[in-house]
Write a protein that binds this ligand. Sequence first.
Ligand code: CA
Length: 231
Amino acid sequence: MSKKTILVVEDEEDIQQLVAFHLIKEGFFVLCADHGNECLEKFQAEQVDLIIMDLMLPGKDGLELCKIIRDHPRGKNVPIIMLTAKSEENDIIEGLEAGADDYITKPFSPKVLVARVKAQLRRAKKAASDKSRLLLPMKLQIDLDLHQASLDGKKLELTVSEFNILKFLAQHPDRVFSRQQIIDEIRGDGYEVTARAVDVQVHGLRKKLGKAGQLIETVRGVGYCFRAKVS
Ligand code: CA
């Protein structure tokens, strides 16, 4: 696994150094910022995997920064841990509402800090992989990144068109699509697609899916539909 980059935003130098020290010791790559603008500059310039942010900062405070980062295209899923000297509930709630994932109050134990960082990185990794995977009924799974489908953990040998039809239908469960809509979706595979060809592909796909083939329902006179539940 490549080194994860953590951005530490803290204006109190001794705390910044303490946090950085413990993270580096754990094998993380650490960037530091003393104030809001520096935080945003570094966030935009580097691929940051997690941010530890003090709430009270000169210039833009942690709450403001949190909101700006959440609005950034790359900042939606970056875990943010708020570091705050205050333990008042209101500050914590405000921080979480501004988009922070977790918080730690000062003084804090470096061990706890490192544990929270690791927990957030695990959560972010899981969220990213959940997003690229469609978990379907009857142990059918589609990995959108790898362009692979599997049944009961076994990889299915699908043609490109079969895979694309399955993916398209499964991404819109319980919605009926005409053959033409399916053709429009899988066109570009390098050959002319006809309505008859869609039927042939679906037929082949169902055979490979075995029992799970029943998830793809023929809607008479119309087209096909992926059923999210087997009736
Ligand atoms: Ca501070």
